[in-house]
Design a protein around this ligand. Structure first.
Ligand code: FE2
Ligand code: FE2
Length: 158
């Protein structure tokens, strides 16, 4: 669990704080782009490539959500209802991911189903960009922010 700092601490001279929000939000776009690549493969009827791309997307999304859930457990102390809503969205996304995985194994996954997931992932990301990430920027210590940045898969490889 991350610890919210008690007092606002000025950003460090290295400028970690502004960089932090940009980098965290950018990872949403990385995850969305990975899912868009799955859709492109399925639209081209390239199931093998679609599965490979799906595996990359799934591991990136899982890492992203696991990190966030550790933050949300702290966020929940002060914003209980918002935290519940975000965790509910994570649950719904995981449920859809499991359904799509089952369909991919059966070679029965249609692009439309993955597009629906992309819509959900985008809506959830917008929700977090608006609500959770500003709170993280304001309340997490620079050490915790650095840890989160370190754990996000680098762009281009995730
Ligand atoms: Fe999330
Ligand atoms: Fe997120």
């Amino acid at each position: 669990m991350f610890v919210a700092r008690q007092k606002r601490v000025k950003s460090n001279p290295a400028g970690l704080s502004p960089c932090f929000r940009d980098r965290s939000q950018a990872h949403h776009r990385v995850v969305e782009n990975l899912l868009q690549r799955v859709i492109s493969s399925l639209e081209a009827s390239d199931t093998r490539e679609g599965k490979d791309r799906w595996n990359t997307f799934e591991s990136s999304l899982r890492a992203h959500m696991e990190i966030e859930e550790r933050v949300i457990s702290t966020f929940a102390h002060v914003h209980h209802q918002d935290a519940r809503a975000l965790l509910r969205e994570h649950y719904d996304i995981r449920t859809r991911v499991a359904e799509i995985e089952a369909l991919l194994k059966l070679n029965m996954c249609r692009p439309r189903i993955v597009r629906d997931l992309l819509d959900s992932v985008r809506a959830h990301a917008a929700h977090e960009d608006r609500m959770l990430y500003p709170w993280m920027e304001e309340n997490l210590s620079d050490a915790d922010k650095a840890l989160i940045i370190d754990q996000l898969p680098p762009e281009g490889t995730s």
